[in-house]
Write a protein that binds this ligand. Sequence first.
Ligand code: COA
Ligand code: AMP
Length: 627
Amino acid sequence: MGQYRDAWKRSIESPNEFWGEAAAGVSWYHEPTVVLDDSQAPLYRWFSDGVMNTCYNALDRHVEAGRGTQRALIYDSPVTGVKRAYSYDELLDEVSRFAGVLTSLGVKRGDRVVIYMPMIPQALMAMLACARIGAVHSVVFGGFAAHELAMRIDDAAPKIVVSASCGIEVNRVIEYKPLLDAALAEATHQPDGCVIVQRPEAIATMQPGRDHDWDELIAAASPEPCVPLAATDPLYVLYTSGTTGRPKGVVRDNGGHAVALTWSMPNIYDTAAGEVFWAASDVGWVVGHSYIVYAPLLAGATTLLYEGKPVGTPDAGAYWRVIAEWGVKTLFTAPTGFRAVKREDPEGKLIKQYDLSKFRYLFLAGERLDPETYTWASDRLKVPVIDHWWQTETGWPVAANLMGLEAMAVKPGSPTVPVPGFDVQIFSESGERVGPDNEGLILIKLPLPPGCMVGVWGDDQKFADTYLRHTPGYYLTGDGGHYDQDGYLFVMGRVDDVINVAGHRLSTGEIEEIIASHPDVAECAVIGVADTLKGQVPRGLAVLKNGVDRDHDTIAAELVQKVRDQLGAVASLRQVDIVGALPKTRSGKVLRKSMRAIADGVDMPVPSTIDNPATLDALRAVLRPEG
Ligand code: COA
Ligand code: AMP
C-alpha cells in the first residue's frame, strides 16, 4: 500500500500542500492563494480567493488546447433509436448558445434554474450552460412525480425551469410536461418561464407567455462567454432524501468540486483525456452530476449518455453492446443493474457476442456491492470490478480502490480504503472510537476534502445540525460499518431511515408522510426490506382509524397509488398491509428495526422497551407468512 498510503497520509497531514498541488489541474482566472480556509471552522471552505469557471474547464480549455474535434459526448438512446456524437467544438457551441438563451430570459449569476429532464443531451447542455454564466442548477430526477418537483421548485425558487415533453421508459412514453404543469400549479413560487425540448414521441402543449421551445430559442441565440466566478460560488443544488419528509438541497461549490473531480479521474478511475467513460446512471442523481457531466469533461475524456436500461432495451446485452460500439474503457453503474442482467442472462452468454477489448474497469456504487454480484461480474468480465462508496453529500468517492494511484487486491464486500482527503473513522453508539472488526457508525474527521457539500440550500444552520453536531469535529455519514485488520473499510448499510432502492436513495419518512395523509389512516410505518433485484424495496404497514369499515384491499391499493402519484414510480412501493397495531416502545417510538428484522428473516431479540409484544407476533404473520 506504499503509494496509496503516502498520498492518503499527506492529504490528511498536509492538506494545503496536497490540494494546492491538485488545484494545478484546473485553470484559474485568479489562482487561489488560500487552499484550506478554516476561518469559519467547522464550516471549512477550499480555495476561497480563487476565481474560475467550471464550464470553461469542462469545455473551452480543451478546445483552446486544440482538441476541439475530439468527441466530448456520445448520446446512445436505444429507446428512440438515436445515436449521436458531439465533438468538444460542437458541445461548446450548443452550451454557449444555451447560455445565451438563459441570459436572454434574464438569468443572472446566482439565479437558480431547475432542470427536470430525461437522459437527453440537452440536460447536460443546460447544466453546463448554467455553470457558464454562474447560474445555480438544480436537477430533479425525471422519475419523481409532480409533488416532489413542486417541493423542489418552492425551495430553490428558480428563475427558469428547463424540461422536455417526455421521457421514455423502455417502451412507455412518460409525458413530463403535464407533470411540470401540475407541479407549477401546486408550487407557490412561479418561475419567469419554462424552456421545453419538444421530443417527437410526444408534443407538449405550451402555455403562451410562459413556455418557450428550446429549438426556437437556440436558433436565435447568441453565444455567451464564461463568467469568472469565485471558487466558493455555488455550482448546483441537488436535493436528497434525509430522515425527514422534506428533501435537503445539497449545495456544491465550483472550485473545490472541479479540483476534486479532476483529481479523481486519473487517480481513482485511471481515465485520461480522449478515453471513453460511461456512467450508466441518470443526470438526476449525484453519480450523473459528477461522472456523466462534470468529471469526464473536466478530464477531457469522452462521456457517454445512455438513454436506456441494462435489460429490456432490447436485452441483457445492452451494456456489452454499448461498450463494444463506442470503445468504452470504464463503466460505472449500480450493482442493481448487474443483478438485472444476471437474472436475465445468468451465464453471461451475451457478453461473448461483443468485442470488449477496450473495456478495462467496472466501477459500482450507489449501494453495497454484494459478494455474489461481485463474483458474477468479475468471473465473466475478467476486468477489475471495483466497489466504491460515496453519497450525494460527498459528491465523489469516500472509499475506493484507486486504480490509477495504486491498484490493491479486492476484498469482496469492501469498497477498499478511504480516498485521500477522507479521514474515515468508526465510532460506537456511545461515542468511543472503535478498533478493527468492531461495527459502528462511520464518521469522517473534518475538514472534508474539496468537492463535498458546503451547505444546505436556504438553511444555513441545517448542515451543521444534521451532519456536524452528532460528534463535534466529525461529519456523520449515516452509514454503519467497520475496518478489518488490513485497513479495508466495510460499509454495511444506513443506520437511519434512509433506504436504497435500485441504487436510488429514498426516505421512509417521506413515504410515511404520504401514507399518513390518507383520510382512513391513523398511523403507519414504512420499512426497507431486502430485495434480490433492487437491494431494498419499501414496504408499508398502516393502522386504520377507528370506525373505518371500507375494504382493506381497496385502501391498500389506494395507498400504493398515492405514493406513486405523489413521490413517483421510482419509490417502487408495491405493498402496504393494513394491520391492527404497530409495535412500539413504552415511550411511543415505532420499532422499525424489529419489523425490518422480521421481514428479512433475521433473528433479533424482542427489545426490552417494547410496550405491546403481541404486535410483533401478529406482524410476523403479515411480513413473513411463509414462516
Ligand atoms: N422517468 C420516469 N419514470 C421512471 C424513471 C424516469 N427517469 N426512472 C424510473 N422510472 C420508473 C420506472 O419506469 C419504473 O416504473 P414502473 O413501476 O411503472 O415499472 C419505476 O420508476 C421504478 O424504476 P426502477 O427502480 O429503475 O426499476 P425498473 O424495474 O424500471 O428497473 C433496474 C430496474 C435495476 C433495471 C434499474 O433500476 C437500473 O437500471 N438501475 C441501474 C443504474 C441506476 O440507475 N443507478 C442509479 C444510481 S447510480
Ligand atoms: P446517494 O446519496 O443517493 O448516493 O446514496 C448514498 C448512500 O448509498 C450511502 O450513504 C450508502 O448508504 C449507499 N451507498 C452508496 N455506495 C455504496 C457502497 N459502495 N457500499 C455501500 N453503500 C453504498
